[in-house]
Design a protein around this ligand. Structure first.
Ligand SMILES: Nc1ncnc2c1ncn2[C@@H]1O[C@H](COP(=O)(O)OP(=O)(O)OP(=O)(O)O)[C@@H](O)[C@H]1O
Ligand SMILES: [Mg+2]
Length: 234
């Protein structure tokens, strides 16, 4: 469904991503793990059209999207839940969700809302609440819900667990698993390798812009190098 071919991204003198090759098949949850500054967010931004690749290509369902504007990539079926969530803090929960569905018809917005409420009932209980007053975990649920309102086929998640209380992290990942079971393909970026490897089928490890390891998540979780550097073991 998605293929990065030798993707390179640079900010001035900073080479953020170097010749990354990565593949996501339809129906998978794939994770990209890596330390601070490894280039994880840049990779997701490049896929979503928010950062222009320096070299290489990005194929979505066989079509190059590397030079498409972001709104066109979104319309093609890719939604990004950015790092830090980027919800509209001055709008209500309902208004944020409606923004996510701006390309859809009223009937689709209604069914989209029902879908989001089934995944994250806490949002339905807080529909009129100002989003800036939600807890961190609730804001993350809202950011995911808003992305789902566009009815993506590929969902990109940037560190959905960052800074969130463990109980809500559990609810968020249960939601992500449910979204995937309903047929949405997921590429999730995490610093929390424990979580990411547990909830994915395959994984890639990014170090200073380069993919240094890849494989089935269960196998990578047993690699000495992954254990030591990312799982705090060994
Ligand atoms: N807008 C920017 N301008 C200049 N340099 C940037 C910009 N955004 C990111 N970088 C640099 O690119 C590199 C990769 O950053 P990126 O945000 O992709 O890493 P990350 O893996 O997402 O890190 P984190 O886990 O801390 O979110 C870093 O060295 C970072 O300082
Ligand atoms: Mg990041």
């Amino acid at each position: 469904m998605l293929e990065l071919r030798s993707l390179s991204c640079r900010y001035g003198a900073v080479q953020a991503v170097s010749e990354a090759n990565l593949r996501v098949d339809a129906g998978e949850i794939v994770t990209l793990i890596g330390a601070n500054g490894a280039g994880k967010s840049t990779t997701l931004k490049a896929i979503a059209g928010l950062v222009r690749p320096e070299f290489g290509d990005i194929l979505f369902e066989g079509t190059s999207i590397a030079r498409m504007p972001a709104h066109q990539i979104a319309a093609a079926g890719i939604s990004l839940v950015p790092e830090g969530r980027a919800i509209f803090a001055n709008l209500s929960v309902l208004e944020n969700l409606e923004m996510g569905g701006y390309l859809r018809k009223p009937a689709e917005i209604r069914s989209g809302l029902e879908h989001v409420f089934a995944l994250f009932p806490r949002l339905q209980e807080r529909l009129q609440q100002n989003s800036g007053t939600l807890s961190g975990g609730e804001q993350q649920m809202l950011a995911i819900g808003r992305a789902l309102m566009a009815k993506p086929r590929l969902l990109l998640l940037d560190e959905p667990s960052l800074g969130i209380a463990p109980l809500l992290v559990k609810a968020i990942y249960a939601g992500i698993d449910a979204i995937n079971r309903e047929g949405v393909t997921v590429l999730v970026v995490e610093q929390n390798a424990h979580l990411a490897l547990k909830h994915s089928r395959r994984a890639y490890v990014l170090e200073t812009g380069r993919i240094v390891m890849e494989g089935p998540s269960a196998e990578l979780a047993n690699e000495p190098r992954v254990k030591e550097a990312y799982l705090g073991e060994g």
